[in-house]
Design a binder for this molecule. Structure first.
Ligand SMILES: CC(=O)N[C@H]1[C@@H](OP(=O)(O)OP(=O)(O)OC[C@H]2O[C@@H](n3ccc(=O)[nH]c3=O)[C@H](O)[C@@H]2O)O[C@H](CO)[C@@H](O)[C@@H]1O[C@H](C)C(=O)N[C@@H](C)C(=O)N[C@H](CCC(=O)O)C(=O)O
Ligand SMILES: Nc1ncnc2c1ncn2[C@@H]1O[C@H](COP(=O)(O)OP(=O)(O)OP(=O)(O)O)[C@@H](O)[C@H]1O
Ligand SMILES: N[C@H](CCC[C@H](N)C(=O)O)C(=O)O
Ligand SMILES: [Mg+2]
Length: 487
């Protein structure tokens, strides 16, 4: 059993009522999970205020309450600790509770609008192939070396992060690659973690429902770099116009990568094909199975990170050439009738544009491109017309459909996408609310050599409507439909 005072180290208390020298069981931030002798941290959320659940937590057995203002009515035998910020206190206490596990391995944070899952998952694979014990915290899954755990967030809450980092310590993991989302930073889920390095991919339109402005979104990402120690490295993409901004106030050692600008790590694309691309990195050539201009950036970021972590350059190149693409990222199937279906997690305007541009460069003749795409409910609405415009402008046919409507009305989301379509492209657009039906229609419309892009859901195995998730897998569905259409 731990004492409450043991996990308060570094928290910065503004007031205390009662003794902190009390035995505690576990740490909680949700009153619904509180049991006997637990410590409850009240967090001001986006929907409700955790302070309103203090009484409930005590009724369920809480021995300690961490809050931003101590309630007027106190309960005997309960210790109240006042802190400036509940989220920040939660993260530091979570780290203390699990023995500050990030200090016992090399933790690398990857941030940016797009490319985090690709880079972190491939670094995990590369370091595994190099013979290390490795950890991964990603949108798709959490890996504690070979053990897989499900995840609900790109960057989970502080308790989940530290719990898994501590499992990594037990397993002897040396390197952990983790995605750091802007929500994660803003809600201080990563506070108190010690990073060996941080990588910036790019910054484009997303989450402008949550962050007040693009500048706030940018500065949230930047704070990951601002908080690095001088022993850490900060690696940034200087072809992105916000790349150098990330380095402005960091104490860490600064490194850059780019395809177009002067940088510490540079690459050129020599050849681009459907089954991969040939890159020149420094003086060496590398054949990678990952295709598309954007993946050249991802591969270069992986190369630079592995180099900064001390792997030998030629070994990095050899291992990089063996890596397979990540699930749901440009994952393709070619039917007997020679129709190509590509499933890609492009759920932002920039990602959609990049994937369609890549498909454009791979076209050999006058084959048609049919895009099936939707936009998530309860997420940034301003992306919708922009994505509608990109899909209709850059495809021969675009089918607008649903992508996790959540609590919104699917037809309204689709109408918002339609609003972005330019008059000359209106005839190219079809709207079919049911995603399975939309995929079927795309397959029926496709002729030999045509390319179907199904964007937005990538690896996701569900469709979420009103809090309910039903099984749904773009890749499985399109493969089944195309097989059923084979003559
Ligand atoms: C908008 C958002 O990010 N919300 C996250 C946030 O919840 P919240 O602030 O809405 O919480 P709330 O419901 O207002 O509750 C406030 C507090 O009261 C507590 N409470 C609430 C009810 C109760 O009965 N008792 C109680 O104690 C809650 O546990 C919480 O501590 O804190 C929760 C706990 O950490 C998260 O699970 C939740 O993620 C929601 C489910 C979510 O969908 N988040 C997405 C947008 C997200 O974080 N995405 C990013 C990736 C984005 C990207 O880069 O692409 C991610 O890292 O996954
Ligand atoms: N470096 C990149 N630049 C621009 N677009 C990219 C890049 N890498 C991947 N993409 C596109 O973005 C999509 C999502 O990629 P990935 O899952 O790696 O991003 P992410 O940053 O993890 O996203 P999320 O915020 O959902 O966690 C891909 O399917 C691809 O279309
Ligand atoms: N991490 C992103 C994923 C979006 C994926 C898309 N399929 C959706 O549901 O909107 C988010 O939470 O905004
Ligand atoms: Mg991700």
């Amino acid at each position: 059993m731990k004492l409450l005072k043991d996990i308060l180290y570094g928290v910065g208390l503004t007031a205390v009522s009662g003794s902190t020298n009390v035995k505690m069981n576990k740490l909680c931030f949700d009153s619904r999970n509180v049991g006997l002798d637990d410590v409850f941290v009240a967090v001001r959320g986006t929907l409700v205020d955790g302070h309103d659940y203090i009484d409930k937590a005590i009724a369920s057995g809480a021995i300690g309450i961490i809050c931003e203002s101590i309630p007027k009515q106190l309960v005997n035998e309960v210790t109240y600790v006042e802190v400036e910020n509940g989220n920040k206190a939660l993260a530091i206490m979570a780290s203390n509770f699990y023995g500050n596990p990030s200090r016992n391995l090399k933790l690398i944070g990857i941030t940016g609008t797009n490319g985090k899952t690709t880079i972190s998952s491939l670094l995990y694979q590369l370091f595994k192939k190099a013979g290390f014990k490795v950890g991964l915290l990603s949108t798709i899954k959490i890996m504690v070396d070979d053990k897989e755990y499900a995840t609900s967030h790109t960057t989970p809450d502080a308790l989940t992060i530290n719990k898994h980092l501590s499992l990594m310590n037990e397993e002897g993991v040396e390197f952990c690659f983790m995605e750091v989302s802007s929500h994660g930073i803003h809600q201080k889920r990563t506070e108190g973690l010690v990073f060996e390095g941080a990588v910036f991919t790019n910054l484009t339109h997303d989450h402008l429902d949550y962050h007040k402005s693009f500048a706030e979104y940018r500065d949230t990402k930047k704070s990951l770099f601002d908080n690095l120690s001088k022993k850490a490295f900060a690696l940034t993409n200087v072809d992105d116009k916000n790349g150098l901004v990330m380095l402005q106030n960091t104490k860490a050692k600064k490194y850059t990568y780019a395809l177009k600008s002067y940088a510490d790590y540079r690459a050129n694309i020599l050849e681009n094909r459907f089954d991969g691309q040939l890159l020149k990195i420094g003086d060496d050539e590398l054949w990678t199975k990952l295709i598309g201009h954007f993946n050249a950036y991802n591969v270069l970021a992986i190369y630079a990170t592995a180099d900064l972590l001390g792997l030998e350059k030629l070994e990095i190149l050899r291992l990089l050439s063996e890596l397979e693409n990540v699930d749901g990222r440009f994952q393709y199937y070619i039917s007997k009738e020679k129709i190509t279906a590509i499933v890609d997690y492009a759920h932002t305007p920039d990602a959609l544009k990049n994937v369609l541009e890549t498909i454009g460069t791979l076209r050999t003749g006058n084959e048609n491109v049919i895009t099936v795409v939707g936009c998530g409910g309860d997420r940034d609405k301003s992306k919708r017309p922009v994505m509608g415009n990109i899909a209709s402008q850059m495809s021969d046919k675009a089918i607008f459909t649903s992508d996790n409507p959540r609590t919104e009305t699917p037809s309204v989301i689709i109408e918002e996408m339609e609003a972005g379509v330019q008059p000359q492209n209106v005839r190219k657009v079809l709207s079919i609310e049911n995603r399975k039906q939309a995929i079927k229609t795309a397959c029926q419309l496709a002729m030999a050599k045509d390319i179907i892009l199904i964007a937005g859901k990538g690896h996701e195995s569900y469709q979420e409507t009103n809090g309910k998730r039903v099984d749904f897998d773009d890749f499985k569905i399109v493969k089944e439909v195309l097989k059923s259409l084979d003559k």
